[in-house]
Ligand binder design. Structure first.
Ligand code: KL2
Length: 632
């Protein structure tokens, strides 16, 4: 039923919308490109004053927003709204009736329909099983048919930007295409050994720096001139500045397992080689000092991402999800800026615990900032960088919270100093929870009263209040055998064995240390409240004041929402009568700037996500920080 719904309603509607928005998008893109040059962004984001080109770009964008977009958007709005309505209802329907999504697989589902509860509670596993390894649907249409896919011998293995709606000659004018399509000078093997691997074929060269389309829409928000809590501006005295990116890059396997979510995309822009080239270009353009990736497919990591990122000067760590999942999290850093102190992969899977039977993971690094020579005898605190991808299933907030508790316990262990305080922390990733949800508020406020809360409420992704059966959170949320207190600290964390944390790059899979057969450790539990003491606040505010719209970081079926975050250590704010523990001003880590996010409407005008320029279903998050350097 859903399949036919998709074929007869969603597909034509998506085509109509795509045709209109492509025409509009192409026109605007060419206008932008004609006017724009490449505003370079300094690696340290010591932002130069805005150049005339950037201002021109922004002027154009503003003009587009004020005049063009209303015109263009009103042209496409009908299709857009229809699409969106269909998308919304089909998403809700899919969630409510997972068994109906594939008529051919009804047999598989019939047993599940008998145990509706099970099916509802295990959505995450159900999709891959039902959809199998189906190839991406062939979406045919005149817009795409006109443009032959450009392949050149030198690019047999990688992206050539074959984007349908644009005529070939338009593409040739596109600096992005020119940069990517020009055959690179043949590089003598001995001079470039890193790009070729025996048995892996030829890797593509690093992309040429080109005008990157995303910057036309995403502004760098500079806070460096705003005085901090002590009235000091950034740059008073020696400081250590760095940038960090968090990005869910959409694992190819997951994309193919949920191909119904990508029917709005031309198949060519969904190929891994196309997406890989775009993602690399994005990394290279923003050139962060630390890169936290989610949904990194293991084969793509070892064969392409890690070697390419190494070429760009990164040292990378990877933690694959447990079980048969093929993706995981990676954290990469520039060894010219940081020295590794410790790396801790985190698995949330605990055999025998129903609450923790999912395969999500995290990765926590402790990095020592390297201050430039010439500053004399100075020291900077270590920086804890924690990256995770929490369970998706919107109904299982209980699982998400338990996963977060393990993650926070690991961060606490890695970042804890001998006096019990913590070094500066950046906690980022895809938390599959929306702003102001209980899970979000727990991270920000350090406390959550969860007892009796329906599990679906925890993440705020969807409203399941209409359903008769609602799993409620019981206290204690996790058993004491997990060895984690209600303050999200390991019971044993008073005596961490530091040497165990050191693992070299490409470490062996860690052995799960917890032995659940042991008698439950005896420690006091609270009644329905969990806490943590990491004092975190979010880089993003989740709202775009200039648009009056929420920020979005992902667009499943065109529904924009924020699920990705960069949290960082902040100081408690004592404001007036407020008794809550909301944290809001900078401490040791000062936020210098961030790359603005977008609204759902703007992304709809670019055909949602992924699109020809943004090759994931998430946007990247990027922030710049400063750390205090103290004289010894
Ligand atoms: O929302 V995500 O996409 O952060 O972008 O995280 C998960 C989902 C990712 C890893 O599990 O796979 C996607 N319906 C839609 N998307 C799903 C589903 C599902 N049932 N299960 C997993 N994902």
């Amino acid at each position: 039923m859903i399949a036919s719904c998709l074929c007869y309603l969603l597909l034509p509607a998506a085509r109509l919308f795509r045709a209109l928005s492509d025409a509009f998008f192409t026109c605007r893109k060419n206008a932008f490109l004609a006017k724009s040059s490449s505003p370079q962004v300094d690696g340290d984001f010591a932002m130069a004053p805005r150049g005339p080109d950037q201002e021109e770009c922004e002027g154009l964008l503003q003009q587009w927003q004020e005049e063009g977009s209303s015109q263009a958007l009103s042209t496409v709005s009908e299709g857009l709204l229809v699409d969106k309505g269909v998308a919304e209802s089909s998403l809700a329907h899919l969630m409510d009736n997972p068994g109906e999504q594939d008529a051919a697989s009804e047999d598989k589902w019939s047993s599940r329909q008998l145990s509706d509860l099970w099916a509802a509670e295990n959505l995450e596993e159900s999709f891959p099983e039902v959809l199998g390894e189906e190839p991406l649907p062939e979406v045919e249409g005149p817009m795409w048919a006109e443009v032959p896919v450009q392949t050149g011998p030198q690019y047999a293995d990688c992206a050539v930007l074959p984007v349908g709606a644009l005529a070939a000659e338009q593409w040739e004018e596109d600096p992005a295409v020119v940069a990517w399509s020009i055959a690179p000078e043949p590089v003598p093997q001995e001079e470039a050994p890193i790009w070729s691997f025996e048995g892996l074929g030829q890797l593509q060269p690093p992309p040429v720096e080109i005008p990157y389309h995303e910057i036309l829409w995403r502004e760098w928000e500079d806070f460096s001139t705003q005085p901090d809590a002590q009235g000091l501006e950034a740059g008073d005295g020696p400081q250590f500045q760095f940038t960090l990116m968090s990005y869910n890059i959409l694992a190819q396997d997951l994309m193919q397992q949920s191909s119904e979510l990508y029917l709005h995309c031309h198949p060519d822009i969904l190929s891994w080689n196309y997406r890989f080239a775009n993602l690399m270009q994005e990394f290279q353009h923003w050139d962060p000092d630390i890169l936290c990736l989610q949904e990194v497919q293991e084969d793509h990591y070892w064969q392409q991402l890690e070697p390419s990122l190494r070429m760009m000067g990164f040292t990378c760590f990877y933690k694959r999800r447990t079980g048969c999942k093929t993706d995981g999290c990676a954290v990469c850093y520039k060894p010219t800026r940081f020295r590794l102190l410790c790396a801790s992969p985190v698995e949330y899977f605990r055999p025998g615990l129903e609450l923790l039977n999912r395969d999500n993971v995290g990765l926590v690094l402790l990095l020592q900032p390297l201050v430039p020579e010439g500053l004399g005898q100075v020291s900077v605190a270590p920086l804890c960088v924690a990256n995770t991808h929490v369970l998706y299933n919107p109904r299982r907030g209980d699982v998400k919270l338990a996963q977060m508790a393990i993650f926070l316990a690991e961060v606490d262990k890695v970042a804890r100093l001998s006096d019990g305080s913590h070094c500066p922390i950046i906690l980022c990733g895809d938390l599959n929870s929306v702003p102001d949800s209980p899970l979000y508020n727990f991270i920000r406020d350090g406390e959550l009263q969860y007892h009796g809360m329906p599990a679906w409420k925890v993440s705020g992704q969807e409203d399941f209040s209409h359903q008769l059966y609602q799993r409620k959170l019981q206290a204690p949320l996790w058993p004491s055998s997990l060895g984690i207190t209600d303050c999200c600290q390991y019971v044993t964390s008073c005596h961490p064995k530091r040497s165990e944390k050191q693992r070299p790059a490409g470490w062996a899979e860690p052995v799960i240390e917890e032995d659940i057969s042991e008698p439950e450790p005896d420690f006091p539990r609270t009644v329905g409240t969990i806490q943590h003491c990491l004092h975190l606040t979010s880089v993003y505010t989740h709202f775009l004041p200039q648009h009056g719209r929420p920020e979005v970081t992902t667009m499943p079926l065109g529904l924009g929402m924020t699920v990705d975050y960069i949290f960082f250590s902040a100081e408690s704010c004592k404001n007036g009568n407020r008794t809550d523990r909301r944290l809001c001003h900078d401490g040791t880590l000062k936020l210098l700037g961030r790359l603005s996010l977008l609204s759902e409407e703007i992304l709809w005008a670019a055909n949602g996500l992924p699109n020809p320029f943004c090759s994931s279903d998430h946007l990247c998050l990027l922030a710049s920080f400063e750390m205090e350097v103290t004289a010894l």
